[in-house]
Design a protein around this ligand. Structure first.
Ligand SMILES: [Zn+2]
Length: 478
């Protein structure tokens, strides 16, 4: 990660350090020298040549971390807005996912990577399960390396069993060429464990262990993965502190106990779980098992790469569940368990911890990498008053308010504008991908894929008579 030559000083912001004590510093400065945070405090002295950025009336926070995003699918932004998991699986796994060429993976990753840094998400796991060939994998990495963000490649291939691709010489060769000594922030292996008692995924886990790669897996997904997969992983000794369980929404206490006991973490994609049907967003359960949480947006084919949205929906889903559980017992929740401060922690430190990067990113403290987000929008009526800083980030701010972003000391967005990013080129590549997919599928299939049938709604019988108010007689007439 190359930093700009000049130091950077943010002046007079409300700083959410997200350090261990979650220290909040009003009217404070953040000094960045090289790729690191040099100092955080009030009235700092900066080198003469420092670039000064006025953070007055703004909030400074650490760059956010998304631990699970299928970035190749960003090329189809919004296409699946009305999908369930069923349509998703049919489209990508069974029917049309194979149509993605390396160029299409590049296009999706490029746009997804740009979207991430623009929204203040400075570290993103590319859960890249469309890597059908080594050329696809090279294209995915080429795109990530072309954008000045921090990216972890989670290598996967939904067109083969993990025991096939993970043990292939091509995969080993790719790892040697692009990961060892490469420019990416990290590497994971991405595959799911179906619960087949023969546990064919064992071979892939063994490769991960040999390479020292963390495994990220969609676990506890209704109808797809369940407790059997967790038990097989546990019995095989493959559940480790670096394992990331994505969704983990339909598991029993036994599985949560196994996750908690082995130190892994859960990547919660609330908007995804709510819309697609993996199960209820599990934070209300994870709390009871003391399982670490990070947040993710899953895919821009439905939602967007926006962690403000993730924080907001996660807080809402947790509270919604808590109220409902209480109402079912004729009780009232008078104090919410989950606080805004906690979801900001999950969006920053939680992600950093899940990726083993807690000593380098996730907080604004001296010595850490300078991944800094300034939320500031002087034209917005929503930027004042700022009374509850964490609550403001979660419920008031949005990605359009991301004013300036630094990644490793490098300014990648300033005054609301991306710096050194060719958005027009990304747009042209994505347009070419859409043309290719549309043509290969045919217009009818393309439209059908985007517009699943709506089941008929059975209207319930209404016991009440239709009535109308008669203003003349001031009475209901029948
Ligand atoms: Zn996913």
């Amino acid at each position: 990660m190359s930093a700009t030559d000049r130091p950077v000083i943010f002046r007079n912001g409300l700083v959410l350090t997200m350090d261990d004590a979650h220290t909040v510093l009003p009217g404070a400065d953040v000094l960045v020298v090289g790729d690191r945070i040099a100092e955080v405090g009030v009235g700092l002295t900066a080198p003469d040549d420092a670039l000064e950025i006025d953070a007055t009336d703004g909030i400074l926070m650490p760059g956010m971390v998304d631990t699970h995003r299928h970035m190749w699918q960003t090329a189809m932004r919004g296409y699946g807005a009305d999908w369930t998991l069923t349509q998703y699986f049919v489209w990508y796994y069974l029917e049309s996912g194979k149509l993605f060429s390396p160029e299409d993976v590049y296009a999706g990753n490029l746009l997804g990577a740009i979207e991430a840094i623009d929204a203040g998400v400075t570290t993103t796991v590319d859960w890249s399960h469309g890597l059908q060939t080594p050329d696809h994998a090279d294209a995915a990495v080429d795109a990530l390396e072309a954008v000045p963000g921090r990216f972890v490649l989670a290598y996967g291939n939904i067109q083969q069993g993990p025991w096939e691709w993970a043990t292939s010489p091509e995969f080993r060769d790719f790892h040697r060429r692009r990961i060892d000594g490469g420019k990416l922030a990290g590497f994971q292996m991405a595959f799911d464990v179906t619960g087949d008692p023969a546990f064919p995924e064992r071979a892939a886990f063994e490769v991960a262990r040999e390479l020292g790669a963390a495994v990220t897996t969609h676990a506890g997904v209704w109808g797809a993965t369940n407790d059997d997969g967790i038990r097989l992983m546990h019995e095989g000794g493959f559940m480790t502190p670096s394992t990331v369980y994505v969704h983990a929404a339909t598991l029993t206490h036994d599985s949560y106990n196994r996750i908690a006991a082995t130190g892994g973490s859960v990547s919660v994609s609330t908007e995804s779980e709510q819309s697609a049907g993996q199960g209820y967003p599990p934070t209300w359960q994870l709390r009871h098992h003391d399982i670490p949480v990070s947040l993710s947006m899953d895919t821009s084919v439905w939602w967007s790469g926006d962690l403000f949205s993730a924080m907001r929906s996660t807080l809402g889903a947790d509270r919604s569940r808590e109220h409902l559980e209480a109402h079912a017992k004729q009780e009232t929740i008078t104090h919410c368990h989950l606080r805004a401060e906690q979801v900001v922690e999950w969006a920053t430190r939680g992600g950093a911890r899940a990726l083993g990067m807690d000593s380098t990113v996730g907080a604004l403290t001296a010595g850490r990498q300078a991944d800094v987000v300034l939320i500031k929008n002087d034209a917005s009526p929503v930027m004042f008053p700022i009374l509850n800083p964490h609550g403001h980030v979660v419920f008031q701010a949005q990605r359009g308010d991301v004013h300036t972003v630094l990644v490793g000391g490098r300014v990648v967005k300033r005054d609301g504008r991306l710096v050194g990013v060719d958005l027009a080129a990304a747009r042209a590549r994505v347009a070419a991908t859409i043309d290719h997919l549309r043509e290969a599928m045919g217009e009818e299939a393309w439209q059908r894929g985007m517009n699943p049938d709506v089941p008929e709604t059975a209207i319930l019988e209404n016991p009440y008579q239709y009535t109308e108010w008669d203003a003349g007689s001031a009475q209901w007439k029948h």
